[in-house]
Design a protein around this ligand. Structure first.
Ligand SMILES: Nc1ncnc2c1ncn2[C@@H]1O[C@H](COP(=O)(O)OP(=O)(O)OP(=O)(O)O)[C@@H](O)[C@H]1O
Length: 295
């Protein structure tokens, strides 16, 4: 097993300029092995650009190492241990499923064709079918089966379930968790439906306008942040005195999010819980000063 001391990905001062504009403003982070990371951010925050830097699809300033290598300079070698699914449907549409499996077997040294066939047995996808005849959900399933049959240390998923219905999305993530994840593998996922994957995440990263504004283990999120639901309006002012980082009204009740405030103290004013990742994201996006470099 790769030790915690040797991160799978290390970025220092990662910057990217595109079209004369800086898209990534100097990111610093380490991603250890055996974790499931959720990378969350608004449209245009720089998530795909970050993933492209990790996958060696784009060159950047600063430094990035994936499994100890520079992904841009050593992309071909690195792809033996890295697999990815992007939101851009990238499977050749004219191929039959069995031709696709043969093609991947020919180009990918860590691909186990028998395993891919076995993964497809439980689906409606036939070996004779052409990719273009499959529904979106079936293409996603096929893509996942191909990727799950690659013995990779790092799997990068960029909006992997875009356009799929809820049943497919749930099945997709369940499969990934049950049949793929081991403590030697690392998963990095971006999605705008973060509530659906929250149950499987070990860590989250929030991006805002090319900056990393939060990078934290889920357990730490639990300890650090609290959500307070206030039904009694008279409790709003005293709760506000404790300095919420966010406040809004929902169905006539007040919701506040606190950073580092004792839950016992909060419970005097209402119902205390841990905010969901999406609630926390909304709260921190509105916070004027970003806690850069927080880990
Ligand atoms: N080739 C390019 N030339 C110029 N600007 C680009 C290029 N590619 C991306 N950008 C810009 O970089 C910024 C970050 O884009 P990126 O795709 O990384 O965001 P994202 O967080 O993945 O967004 P989304 O959630 O919409 O996929 C955006 O403002 C985008 O317009």
């Amino acid at each position: 097993m790769t030790s915690e001391a040797e991160p799978i990905i290390t970025a220092r001062g990662l910057r990217k300029k595109l079209g004369g504009r800086e898209i990534l403003h100097g990111l610093d982070f380490d991603i250890p092995a055996g974790r499931i990371y959720g990378l969350v951010g608004h449209n245009g925050a720089g998530k795909t650009t970050t993933l492209n830097a990790i996958l060696g699809l784009t060159s950047c300033e600063g430094s990035i190492r994936v499994l100890g290598e520079d992904p841009f300079a050593r992309r071909a070698q690195l792809m033996r241990n890295v697999a990815f699914i992007s939101d851009v449907a990238s499977l050749p549409r004219f191929l039959r499923v069995r031709e696709l499996l043969t093609l991947v077997a020919n180009i990918h040294p860590s691909f186990d064709q028998a395993k891919a066939r076995q993964l497809l047995e439980g689906t409606d996808i036939r070996m004779q079918a052409r990719v273009k005849e499959l529904s979106k959900g079936m293409v996603a399933q096929l893509h996942l089966a191909v990727v799950m049959a690659i013995d990779a240390k790092l799997l990068v998923l960029d909006e992997p379930t875009l356009g799929l219905d809820i049943t497919y999305r749930k099945r997709f993530y369940r499969r990934l968790l049950e049949d793929y994840m081991t403590e030697e593998r690392t998963l990095l996922i971006t999605t705008h439906q973060v509530d659906e994957i929250e149950f499987m995440l070990s860590d989250i990263m929030f991006m805002r306008d090319g900056d990393l504004i939060l990078h934290m283990q889920m357990e730490a999120v639990n300890e650090k942040f609290s959500q307070l639901l206030i039904s009694d309006a008279t409790q709003k002012e005293p709760a506000r005195a404790l300095g919420p980082v966010f406040e809004e009204t929902r169905f006539g009740q007040t919701v506040m999010v606190f950073d580092g405030v004792d839950r016992q103290a909060l419970s005097a004013f209402g119902q205390v819980s841990t905010p969901t990742v999406s609630d926390l994201f909304v709260a921190l996006m509105e916070r004027p000063t970003s806690p850069r470099g927080e880990a």
